[in-house]
Design a binder for this molecule. Structure first.
Ligand code: ADP
Length: 446
């Protein structure tokens, strides 16, 4: 096992990784931007280095500075967390060429799966059903119109390098498709430096179900069940839970097996998530692989009792998985609610500023993963996530009651958060019945 690693991230996930390392006796080197200077989670690392200015392009995305910090800090490995460089295959390659282990998949697998068009081909080769759509990138308008006629409207224009819901547009007819193509390509070029787009059939009112995978370097691949992440706003997740409510047992088994098949054909190792959309007939369609730890990983940890960060470290250090598929439990129900510094009443615009007061819920079945505290200043430069409230109880009904109670206790002063919207969700009969789709929040609650 490693003795010392660098955490190339910030906020709650940096703290989450540092916590597991401390339990395992692994020393940590943290990096921070000017905006994060003095953040209290940095005190829990053994060392911390400033790597640049406020904007992530001047700090958390600066590969050369992170590698320099790793060399000065004399670490054996780098954990990228999620976001920033976590799915940057070039970064993974640079780390390894500097003889620093990258705690994530091999860069070749990351490159192939990170590109959504290539990932669709890998899925089809693994006999995993993909959303009907274009075979590859869309080269021109004529081709797009032809494919759209073939699969039928509505269609979704998606960026091959996409993430965070960016570079995605729904087109309901030929006229809107033309506008969507250029708008999606322009957004993708700006966000990912890659204007490549492809077409998918737009699945109406689906659920989002994803499967957590662990694969070691000795040929063992297991799944840690599924997570339902249907509750989204602007194609970004807000509430995640496991097991997925009302998913027939046979479908659950099939979806988990499909995820394993796909990962096995791609030379993948470490933790990863295979994402699917599920339609009203329970037909599931592969949409993408996230080749990293996910924000919503704690719900899986709660029901399986497995620390996913620890597993990532062990796999990267070359250890064999210490358990077989049959030994992975799924006990009770776990739900995560994302507390974001944003204002749901005003189009979810960011709400940075100082948290003047904070009361965090506690008691049976509650876990709160967060780096914030009263007096903490939420910087305007990064993702708005300030904490993840996670509950774990024997039944889904109890987990919802626990979440409602926790949200009532929760008090954040000084900034706007998603808490009022979360309260509405957990009180809504459709959510309580497990009867929601990805459009639910925008349709029913805004
Ligand atoms: P990103 O990588 O930007 O997060 P994903 O491909 O993971 O994009 O999709 C994010 C969300 O967008 C999905 O959970 C779903 O709500 C919606 N979405 C993606 N593809 C489709 C589709 N073909 N039909 C309907 N909704 C979709």
């Amino acid at each position: 096992m490693f003795q010392r690693i660098l955490v190339a991230n910030r906020g709650e996930i940096a703290l989450r990784i540092i916590r597991t390392c401390r339990e395992l006796g692994i020393e940590t080197v943290a990096v921070f931007s000017e905006a994060d200077r003095g953040a209290s989670y940095l005190d829990l690392a053994d060392e911390a280095y400033c790597i640049g200015g406020n904007n992530s392009s001047d700090s958390y995305l600066m590969i050369n500075r992170i590698i320099s910090a790793a060399e000065i800090g004399n670490v054996q490995a780098i954990h990228p967390g999620y976001g920033f460089l976590a799915e940057n295959a070039h970064f993974a390659e640079v780390c390894r060429s500097c003889k620093i282990e990258f705690i994530g998949p091999p860069h070749e697998a990351m490159q192939q799966l990170g590109d959504k068009v290539t990932a669709r081909t890998i899925a089809r080769n693994a006999k995993v059903y993909t959303v009907p759509g274009s075979d590859g990138l869309i080269e021109n308008e004529t081709e797009a119109l032809r494919v759209a006629e073939e699969i039928g409207y509505p269609v979704l224009v998606k960026a091959t390098a996409g993430g965070g819901g960016k570079g995605m547009r729904v087109a309901r007819n030929n006229i809107s498709l033309k506008g969507c193509l250029s708008a999606a390509a322009a957004e993708a070029e700006k966000a990912f430096n890659n204007a490549g787009v492809y077409l998918e059939k737009y699945i109406e009112n689906p659920r989002h179900v994803e499967v957590q995978i662990l694969a070691d370097h000795h040929g063992n691949t297991v799944h840690l069940w599924e997570r339902d992440c249907t509750l989204q706003r602007r194609h970004q997740k807000l509430v995640e839970e496991t097991p997925a409510p009302n998913l027939p047992k046979a479908v659950r088994e099939d979806i988990c097996k499909a995820a394993i098949r796909l990962v096995k054909t791609s030379g993948y190792a470490n933790a990863g998530t295979v994402e699917f959309l599920v339609d009203s007939e329970y037909q599931f369609y592969f949409i993408e692989v996230n080749a990293r730890i996910q924000v919503e990983h704690p719900v899986t940890e709660q029901v399986t009792g497995i620390d996913l960060i620890e597993q990532q470290l062990r796999i990267a250090a070359g250890e064999e998985l210490g358990f077989s598929q049959r030994k992975i439990p799924c006990l009770g129900f776990s739900i995560e609610a994302r507390i974001n510094a944003e204002d749901p009443e005003h189009d979810f615009r960011g709400s940075p500023g100082t948290i003047t007061g904070l009361k965090v819920p506690g008691g049976r079945g509650i876990r709160f993963d967060s780096h914030v505290h009263a007096g903490y200043r939420v910087p305007p430069y990064y993702d708005s996530l300030i904490g993840k409230l996670i509950v774990h109880r024997p039944t889904r009904a109890e987990a919802i009651r626990c979440m409602k109670r926790a949200l009532e206790e929760f008090c954040v002063e000084g900034i706007h958060t998603t808490i009022p919207l979360l309260k509405q969700i957990f009180n809504h009969s459709a959510f309580i019945d497990g009867n929601v789709d990805t459009g639910f929040i925008e349709r029913e609650l805004l």
